[in-house]
Design a protein around this ligand. Structure first.
Ligand SMILES: Cc1ncc(COP(=O)(O)O)c(C=O)c1O
Length: 457
């Protein structure tokens, strides 16, 4: 085999590709990935890394699964594509919807497929508006989401995303989408003596609904554990109160389980931790472990009944060419089978415990302010002052430097500011989990020790 000319491939990348979140200054020496096995990814120069974020939170069953390649090949040979528009369907899509109805919350039994997370957000929003129009409440059109939430970056999804760095160069945002504060237990400020922090955080939703007018609010969207915004599990009583508020004001609850679905948090779906059911669930990523693009939404029986009872002139005029793509659905089915047969949901719970316990040992280190997680999602938040929780100055570049140290030691994951985010595959070995913890400890020490008192104070 001829050797690949890395410099030439890099030049060509720079000449011809635009990447997500692109700036050329961050792309002069891109990692070019060529291979993966289990929890390991290998770059073009043969260096091996632990895939600390499962790609982008999606490769739940790990890399290199021949079963998934075989499922795709078999379906492609059988039927390349067919429309899923009304009056037309296909066997893998039917079987996948049937399977999801068994795995998901009891009241969620009906599914619409998309190609990814953002399309799922758009689909949830349109379905919520559609539902309220059918219900004779056409003014219920607004959406409430949370700061630090991430729901994708198509126009409405970007507008719901509560990470302001995604907004300015694409303004104006879609009107009628407002944000409330994240429950963020480590930095929660809206504390009141009368109620728990979880209830106080959820009550911010009630305030927003009353401010906007309940008759104008269609839905509230939330990730059960905020992911890209910093891996933030809410207080344990947060979602029960959210459910009460949504019921009281007739606001649909959309659970964005694009990251948290399919075993990531140690349950099939993450609101199971909190004992409530949503009205709409959106999913993507882990449904195929990222091998092919697939997403979708599940709707409650109540919403399904409304859609089924609509007159023909008010039909559900929402559509994607690749809705219910047979190959993607076939791969999803095989992926779900792997998760079941290998007990990966329970494994995610057990490995997640090990990961979190390991990370907790890092509390003794200078700079480690918070360690949090749920199943195989975790974060370490670095701070200049543990007592006041004061962040490092931006110009100290602490997160970026820790990232470099982690890369040198063989851990590839994502940092957000000074937070180290983790979501390793559910097939990561115990030794690899311990290695992740060790690498983070060494990398934090390497950077924080070099900080000097001027920056740390
Ligand atoms: C919770 C959540 N929702 C939606 C999305 C958007 O998904 P996509 O990038 O497939 O559009 C993401 C992506 O990270 C996500 O984490």
């Amino acid at each position: 085999m001829t050797a690949i000319d890395v410099a030439d491939r890099t030049r060509s990348d720079l000449a011809h590709l635009l990447h997500p979140l692109y700036h050329p200054s961050g792309h002069q020496a891109p990692k070019i990935w060529v291979k993966g096995r289990g929890a390991i990814v290998i770059d073009i120069e043969g260096h091996e890394y632990i895939d600390g974020l499962s790609g982008l939170w999606n490769v739940n069953v790990g890399h290199g699964r021949r079963e998934l390649a075989a499922a795709a090949a078999e379906q492609m040979e059988t039927l390349a594509y067919c429309s899923s528009y009304t009056g037309s369907s296909n066997l893998p899509a039917i079987e996948l919807a049937e399977r999801l109805s068994e795995l998901m919350y009891p009241s969620i039994n009906t599914f619409f497929f998309t190609s990814g997370g953002a399309e799922s957000t758009e689909t949830s929003f349109k379905t919520a508006r559609y539902y309220w129009k059918l219900a004779g409440k056409p003014d219920k059109v607004k959406f409430i989401s949370r700061m630090r939430g991430y729901h994708g970056v198509t126009m409405a999804a970007m507008s719901a995303t509560g990470l302001p760095m995604y907004w300015p160069m694409f303004e104006p945002r879609v009107p009628g989408i407002v944000h409330i504060e994240s429950p963020y237990p480590y930095r929660f400020v809206n504390r009141t003596p009368e109620v728990s922090d979880g209830v106080a955080a959820a009550n911010l939703l009630e305030d927003a609904i009353l401010r906007e007018g309940p008759e104008t609010v269609a839905a509230f969207i939330a990730e059960p554990v905020q992911g890209a915004g910093g891996v933030i599990p809410p207080q344990d009583d947060y979602f029960a109160r959210i459910r009460e508020i949504c019921d009281r004001y007739e606001v649909l609850l959309i659970a964005d389980e694009v990251i948290t679905g399919f075993g990531r948090t140690g349950r099939w779906f993450a609101l199971e931790h909190y004992g409530i059911e949503p009205d709409i669930v959106q999913f993507a990523k882990g449904i195929t472990s990222g091998y092919v693009p697939l997403g979708g939404i599940g709707v409650s029986d109540r919403i399904r009944e409304a859609i089924h009872s609509a007159p023909p002139d008010k039909r559900y005029m929402h559509a994607y060419t690749y809705s219910g793509h047979p190959t993607c659905c076939a791969v999803a089915l095989r992926n779900l089978q792997i998760i079941e047969e290998e007990g990966l949901v329970a494994r995610g719970a057990a490995l997640g415990e090990r990961l979190l316990q390991g990370l907790h040992t890092l509390y003794t280190l200078d700079g480690v302010g918070d360690v949090r997680g749920k199943g195989m999602m975790a974060a370490v938040e670095l701070v200049a002052d543990k007592a006041t929780k004061q962040a490092y100055p931006v110009e100290a570049n602490v997160g970026a430097r820790v990232y470099q140290e982690m890369m040198q030691r063989g851990l590839y994951t994502r940092v957000l500011g000074d937070m180290i985010l983790l979501a390793p595959p559910l097939v990561t070995t115990e030794e690899q989990v311990d290695r992740i913890v060790a690498i983070i400890g060494e990398s934090v020490q390497a950077v924080v020790r070099g900080q000097g008192s001027g920056v740390r104070g």
